[in-house]
Ligand binder design. Structure first.
Ligand code: AMP
Ligand code: MG
Length: 504
């Protein structure tokens, strides 16, 4: 069977000097572990043809499909606050782009496909566990409606990769709106290569903000658009308890998608200080810091754009550019807060508000979160059971709290606020519960179950738990007895010492 992928490779064509051409490494025994048929169809590909030894050969890097032009992208990045002028795709290759069924351009890239000119000391490889983890968490984010890159496939290589242990190797095929990141701009900015920066910015605009193309103030416009997308994205993370874990500037996508699922994890007991990543020893990327870090990363992006925003190199022009960019950065907290408030209102079941309600509703949401953190309530269950309370069934929610005094006082305020929206309290309550269950998931990928599924896949070559979890997380809002175990928090003893590791 022949596999045709209609590549159209603008990155290779329009951005010479921004990448190194490179072929994926051959591996001994390609075998498909996962194929995202629904995504394949969305991309206009033949899912049945891909689900074959030929497909496995492509997804393991052994065969380069016709029309692909594999390349490793150059980028730099601030990692944990320190600048690395040269990172780049050390174990990833962009195969090319396709136009999906909705007319959107999507990157198809391999991760774990061997060494590239950017590999530095690394082996360019990846292990089954971390790659399947990226599949699971990415699909969970997608099902939750959060912008994300997605896995098209994961293939075992039949090769051993050496980390702390010897692990079975795998290659992930990742689909993204683009792989343009803050770090891509930093790479050329650090080299003072203004002409390439301009080419890159115009390419980014054509790809993500086409309405700005050709406008005189398009670079400032791009900064504003990226700020808006990040504000919205981080507000969504904060609304489901997602911790990215490694928000370095090379992992901040200009498209506004969640990218690079390494040591990420979902909160269980709510505590804004939560950090799971073993390398984040100072808690820089703790759950509650994520909005601040997004702003910090945005400031790094703004710095790279200054020479483009300024009309010329004169001092007044540069000062004006700095002032304009600073204004965008200073506005970020308000953008974020607006996006966050919108999500919180949805989660609280509120749908009518005037600007006069903003302070009240923000305080209502904050006080609810304080209640959750005060008694280490499971974040997902707390919100979900609030939906039951909306229709008069308070017992499940109360059952989560050891001390319900604060809860009672808060529920009274929440009910008063809800009643302002309802003509008929009983009917309003049940409609509210239905709405709330559409935005407050019943299940998330629970850390202990993710680990259990990955351990079986990697250690015993058994994909049963992985496939079962994939099915459950694809349907996060519907309560069904079949998926009951996914709705249960991990035993507290497990969560409190839970650590995640970078998938290197
Ligand atoms: P990450 O933390 O996955 O975002 O990766 C940070 C940088 O390290 C990127 O430049 C990666 O390409 C590179 N990198 C990560 N793992 C490997 C590896 N196994 N071999 C080579 N480079 C790697
Ligand atoms: Mg990365």
């Amino acid at each position: 069977m022949s596999i045709g992928i209609p590549f159209d490779n603008t990155y290779a064509r329009e951005l010479p000097g921004f990448y190194a051409r490179c072929q994926p490494a051959a591996v001994p025994a390609p075998r498909l572990l996962f194929l995202n048929r629904e995504l394949a169809v969305e991309l206009g590909l033949d899912a049945a043809a891909l689900d074959s030894p030929e497909g496995a050969a492509i997804f393991a890097g052994n065969a380069v499909p016709e029309g692909a032009e594999p390349l490793a992208q150059a980028y730099a990045g601030h990692q944990f606050g320190g600048f690395s002028p040269q990172l780049g795709d050390g174990r990833a290759l962009l195969l090319g782009e396709v136009i999906d069924r909705h007319g959107r351009r999507r990157d198809i890239a391999l991760k774990g496909s061997g060494r590239t000119p950017f590999s530095r000391g690394g082996d360019g490889k990846a292990a089954i566990g971390p790659m399947l983890r990226e599949v699971l968490i990415g699909e969970a984010m997608f099902a939750l409606g959060i912008p994300t890159t997605r896995a098209l496939a994961a293939a075992a290589t039949g090769e051993v990769v050496y980390r702390e242990d010897s692990l079975p190797g795998a290659v992930l095929t990742r689909v993204a709106s683009s792989h343009l990141r803050v770090g891509t701009f930093e790479f050329f900015s650090a080299r003072g290569d203004i002409e390439r920066l301009r080419t890159l910015a115009d390419y980014t605009i054509a790809r993500h903000d086409a309405e700005l193309a050709g406008m005189p103030d398009r670079y400032l416009g791009l900064l504003r658009q990226v700020a808006q997308r990040q504000a919205s994205l981080i507000a969504q993370w904060m609304s489901v308890g997602f911790i990215h874990g490694v928000m370095n500037t090379d992992n901040m996508s200009l498209s506004g998608e969640t990218i690079d699922y390494g040591p990420c994890a979902f909160l269980e007991a709510y505590d804004p200080q939560t950090v799971f990543s073993s390398i984040d020893t100072r808690g820089r990327y703790a759950f509650g810091n994520q909005p601040l870090i997004a702003r910090w990363n945005l400031a790094r992006f703004a710095e790279t754009l200054l020479p483009l925003i300024a009309e010329d190199e004169s001092e007044p022009a540069v000062a004006r550019a700095v002032a304009q960019a600073t204004e965008v950065i200073d506005d970020f907290p308000a953008l974020y807060q607006a996006a966050f408030l919108k999500r919180q209102r949805d989660k609280l079941g509120l749908q009518q508000s005037s600007p006069d309600d903003d302070d009240h509703d923000l305080a209502l949401a904050d006080d609810w979160l304080t209640l959750l953190s005060g008694q280490e309530i499971d974040f997902t269950l707390g919100w979900r059971r609030l939906a039951d309370a909306a229709e008069g069934n308070e017992a499940p929610l109360r059952g989560l709290f050891a001390d319900t005094a604060g809860l009672d006082a808060w529920l009274q305020r929440w009910r008063a606020r809800c009643e302002r929206e309802d003509q008929d309290a009983a009917a309003g309550g049940s409609r509210r519960a239905v709405r709330m269950r559409r935005v407050n998931p019943w299940l998330i990928p629970r850390n202990h179950l993710v680990e259990e599924a990955l351990a079986a896949a990697s250690g015993s070559d058994d994909l049963t738990l992985f496939n079962a979890m994939l099915k459950a997380i694809a349907d996060p809002y519907r309560e069904t007895p079949e998926h009951a175990r996914y709705a249960e928090p991990a035993p507290q003893a497990l969560t409190s010492c839970y650590k995640t590791f970078c998938g290197t």
